[in-house]
Design a protein around this ligand. Structure first.
Ligand code: GDP
Length: 439
C-alpha cells in the first residue's frame, strides 16, 4: 500500500537535506515535488493543489527551531495536512435502532459482498448478534456467495431467491431478525458495472424504506480517480454516512484514500485489505498519514498483534519502541508473530522503514528464513547491542547462518534505518522535545 507514493514523498523531502533553513525557494521546490507525487498517486488535482498550497503557507509561516531540520519540519506539516485531509480522527459506524440496519451500497465488483461478510464477522467478534441479508435480486450467484461467506464466519444469511422486490426482502429480513433476537441487519445490495439511474433508484428506495442507522458506500480504491467520481455520484443521490475503501492491499496508488474525504465530505470508516474475512480495519486518518509517509503504523500493528499475542508482549514492545530500545530479539519475535498473522507484506509495511525496505520485493514466509538465521547466529549480547557487531563478528554470523557478509550487512543497515525512523516518530509523536514543540 502506498509504496510508490511514500518513496516519492521521501525523495521530495530529501531535496531539503543539508539545507539549514526554510526559504521561499527550497520550499517551493519541495512542495512542487509533493504535489507531483500526490497527483501521480491519483490524488484529485484540485485536492493536491489545495493541500500543497496549505503545506507551503504553513512552512513559510514558521520559524524553524534549531531543533529540527527543514526536512523534518516539512514532513511534520505534511503529516498533519494529510491527517486533516483524510478526516482528522476515526469515526465509528452508528448502531441504533432495534435492530440496527446497515445498508451496503456501491458498484458491482467493488467488494460489497466480501465487505458485508467481513463486517458481519467483525461485529460478531464484538459479541453482537448479526443477520446478513442478500438483496441482490439480479444475480443469484451473489446470494450464493453471501451464503458461503455466512457459513464460513458462522453468521446466518437471510435470502429469498424467488423474490424480486429488494425492499420486501429487506423488510422480511428485519422482521426475521426481531423474531430471532438479532441486533444488527447488514443489507447487501445489487450493484451495476457503472452508475445508472435504475440502480440509484433502487438503492434510494431501499434507504427510504429501511431508514438504516448507517448507509455505507463501498468503493474499489484501485479505480483511482473514478473512485472519487463514483463516490460523488452515489453521495449526491444517497447522502450516505460513510465510505469503505476496498482492495488497499494491491498495488493501489492510494489516491482515493487521500482525496475522497475532501471531495464528498463523508468519513472513510473502514478499509479492506484482502479477500480473507479478517482483512478489515477501522480507518484512522493519522495512522494512514504515517503510512503514506513511509513511517509505518506501529499502533495498528500492535493492535493486530494483540489478537495473536498477549497484551503484555504488545505493551512491552510498544514501550521498547518508545524508549528506542528495540533490539534484534524484539525483531525476531516480531517476525515470528507476523508470520502467524497473514498478509505479510502489508503487515511488514506497518513497521517504520520496512515498507521502503520491501519495495519491489515479493515477500513470503521463506523470505524471512535468512533474516531469522542471521539473528539466531548472533549471541544474546549482539542481539541486544548490535553496535558490537564488527567485521569479524559479521563474518562469523554469516558463516553460522549460511548467508553472506553482504546479507548480514544489509540486515544491520535495515535495522539501523528502522531505529532511526522510530526515533523520529517518537520525537514527532510526543514529549516536549523535537517537532512536538512546534505545535
Ligand atoms: P460486489 O460485486 O461489490 O459484491 O464485489 P465482491 O465482494 O464480489 O468482490 C469482487 C472481487 O473483489 C472478488 O473477487 C473479491 O474476492 C475481491 N475483493 C473484495 N475485497 C477485496 C480486497 O479488499 N482486496 C482484494 N485483493 N480483493 C478483494
Amino acid at each position: 500500500m502506498f509504496d510508490n507514493l511514500s518513496f516519492k514523498l521521501e525523495k521530495a523531502f530529501q531535496t531539503l537535506k543539508g539545507q539549514g533553513s526554510i526559504t521561499e525557494v527550497n520550499v517551493a521546490t519541495t512542495v512542487k515535488e509533493i504535489r507531483r507525487a500526490l497527483i501521480d498517486a491519483d490524488v484529485n488535482y484540485k485536492v493536491a493543489k489545495e493541500v500543497t498550497d496549505d503545506i507551503k503557507a504553513k512552512a513559510l509561516g514558521r520559524d524553524v527551531l534549531t531543533a529540527v531540520s527543514p526536512g523534518q519540519l516539512l514532513t511534520k506539516i505534511t503529516n498533519d495536512e494529510l491527517t486533516e485531509l483524510m478526516g482528522g480522527t476515526h469515526q465509528d459506524i452508528k448502531l441504533d435502532g432495534n435492530p440496527s440496519v446497515i445498508l451496503i451500497s456501491g458498484l458491482q465488483g467493488s467488494g460489497k459482498t466480501t465487505f458485508s461478510g467481513k463486517l458481519a464477522s467483525y461485529l460478531k467478534g464484538q459479541g453482537k448478534q448479526v443477520l446478513l441479508t442478500a438483496c441482490d435480486i439480479y444475480r443469484p450467484a451473489a446470494i450464493d456467495q453471501l451464503k458461503v461467506l455466512g457459513e464460513q464466519i458462522g453468521v446466518e444469511v437471510y435470502a429469498e431467491p424467488e423474490n424480486k422486490d429488494a425492499v420486501k426482502i429487506a423488510n422480511n429480513a428485519i422482521k426475521h431478525a426481531k423474531d430471532n433476537s438479532k441486533k444488527i441487519v447488514i443489507v447487501d445490495t445489487a450493484g451495476r458495472l457503472a452508475v445508472d439511474e435504475a440502480m440509484m433508484d433502487e438503492i434510494s428506495k431501499l434507504k427510504e424504506a429501511l431508514n438504516p442507522s448507517e448507509t455505507l458506500f463501498v468503493v474499489d480504491s484501485m479505480t483511482g480517480q473514478d473512485a472519487v467520481n463514483t463516490a460523488k455520484a452515489f453521495n449526491d443521490r444517497l447522502n450516505f454516512d460513510g465510505v469503505v475503501l476496498t482492495k488497499l492491499d494491491g498495488d493501489t496508488r492510494g489516491g482515493a484514500a487521500i482525496s475522497i474525504r475532501r471531495v464528498v465530505d463523508k468519513p472513510i470508516k473502514f478499509i479492506s485489505t484482502g479477500e480473507k474475512m479478517d482483512a478489515i480495519d477501522k480507518f484512522h486518518p493519522d495512522r494512514m498519514a504515517n503510512r503514506v509517509l513511509g513511517m509505518g503504523d506501529v499502533v495498528s500493528l500492535v493492535e493486530k498483534a494483540q489478537q495473536t499475542f498477549d497484551e503484555e508482549e504488545a505493551r512491552r514492545l510498544n514501550k521498547k519502541i518508545r524508549k528506542n530500545q528495540f533490539d534484534f530479539n524484539d525483531f525476531l519475535s516480531q517476525l515470528e508473530q507476523i508470520k502467524k498473522m497473514g498478509n505479510i507484506k502489508d503487515l511488514m509495511g506497518m513497521i517504520p522503514g520496512m515498507g521502503k525496505a520491501l519495495k519491489g520485493i515479493d515477500v513470503d514466509d521463506d523470505s524471512f528464513k535468512p533474516i531469522e538465521a542471521i539473528i539466531r547466529s548472533m549471541t544474546m549480547e549482539e542481539r541486544e547491542s548490535p553496535e558490537l557487531i564488527n567485521g569479524s563478528r559479521r563474518k562469523r554470523i554469516a558463516d553460522g547462518s549460511g548467508t553472506s557478509v553482504q546479507q548480514v550487512n544489509n540486515l544491520l543497515k535495515q535495522f539501523n534505518d528502522m531505529k532511526k525512523l522510530m526515533k523520529t516518530m517518537n520525537k514527532m509523536g510526543g514529549g516536549k522535545k523535537g517537532l512536538a514543540a512546534l505545535n
